[in-house]
Design a protein around this ligand. Structure first.
Ligand code: UDP
Length: 323
């Protein structure tokens, strides 16, 4: 098959490209290298089954041609990372709203199956006593005020989900929506705020590990290899069409415990420093206190559950940064 990956030079997209090429498919990538990088795909240089277009997904003529020539589309291109989202809200909204609208419209024109990468951010501020945990796909969502720009990302991806479901219901376009929780692994940059690469880099350099807030907020991480496997299985599962499916790990850890674990596993003497959210993200920032997925639906549809546990995830990131 010939597969188009938007954002295929990014962290998750490039691992997806590796897997699809290994499986014998042809892979076409369109990526503007805003957060992706050539280094992520340089291993495919000279491979006749791989092609990279460095351009924005808002280039309609290009995207139209690429979708027309491919059998399947993984739409992974998005503005990501809390710091980037806080700093560049216009770009965030344009990429996530206009970009996804264009991908869906063109997939519908050519009747191509499309997987939309969504995010656990769409759950908003759901937490204990307020919708419950773990988060299931049909849990009610709670978004913050429009004056708090952090929620622009969550709202833009929410709109993407509504639009994808509308194309499925009204136009019978085969779409699958994967809601990705915190994904970690080699090639993820800490530049846009992501916690694990940040902690690991600081620990290896012996610099202070910076925990935002009091560190009691928690997350559940999954390894990029598990996420990619889940995405491919979802794309290839007919029963997943028209569905929203959580993809993530279920092992929950507080950010403070995570800092301690990273320090332990790297044998680092780094201090752990606590810094108010405002200093990291600017005024009025609201964090998600908890975020753990219910992954029963993924299991039921694909038979898949993540294999790499938190230790394995950290080991792989530490090895990557040590190299
Ligand atoms: N965080 C932190 N120190 C860092 C980066 C992130 O304490 O250097 C915290 C962040 O405030 C959040 C959690 O770690 O509570 C996860 O952040 P990340 O940006 O990785 O993902 P999010 O789940 O917020 O999208």
């Amino acid at each position: 098959m010939k597969v188009l990956i938007t954002g295929g030079a990014g962290f998750i997209g490039s691992h997806l490209a590796d897997t699809l090429l290994d499986a014998g498919h042809e892979v076409v990538v369109v990526d503007d290298l805003s957060t992706g990088s050539l280094r992520n795909v340089e291993q495919h240089q000279g491979n006749s089954r791989f092609r990279l277009w460095v351009d924005t997904i808002l280039n309609e003529a290009l995207l139209n041609d690429l979708i027309a020539e491919c059998d399947q589309v993984y739409h992974m291109a998005a503005a990501v990372g809390v710091k980037l989202i806080m700093n560049r809200p216009v770009e965030t909204l344009e990429t996530n709203v206009k970009g996804t609208e264009l991908v869906l419209r063109l997939c519908n024109r050519h009747k191509r199956k499309v997987l939309i990468a969504s995010t656990s951010e769409v759950y908003g501020k759901m937490m204990d006593g307020n919708g419950g945990h773990p988060l299931a796909e049909d849990t009610d969502r709670l978004m913050g005020a429009t004056t708090k720009r952090r929620w622009a990302y969550a709202c833009s991806k929410t709109l993407d989900e509504f639009l994808a479901l509308a194309y499925f219901e009204e136009k019978r376009l085969p779409v699958v929506i994967a809601r990705l929780f915190n994904t970690v692994g080699p090639r993820q940059t800490g530049q846009y705020g992501m916690v694990i690469p940040n902690f690991v880099q600081k620990a290896l350099l012996g610099k202070p590990i910076i925990v935002y807030g009091d560190g009691t907020q928690s997350r559940s991480f999954s390894h990029v290899s598990d996420v990619v496997e889940a995405l491919v299985r979802l794309m290839d599962t007919p029963a997943a069409v028209g569905e929203v499916v959580n993809v993530g790990g279920t092992e929950e850890i507080t950010i403070k415990e995570l800092a301690q674990l990273v320090r332990e596993m790297t044998g680092s003497a780094s201090e752990i420093e606590f810094v108010p959210y405002e200093r990291a993200y600017g005024p009025g920032f609201e964090d998600m206190r908890r975020r753990r997925p219910n992954i029963e639906k993924l299991k039921e549809l694909t038979g898949f559950t993540p294999r790499v546990d938190l230790h394995g995830i950290l080991r792989s990131v530490i090895d990557y940064h040590q190299r």
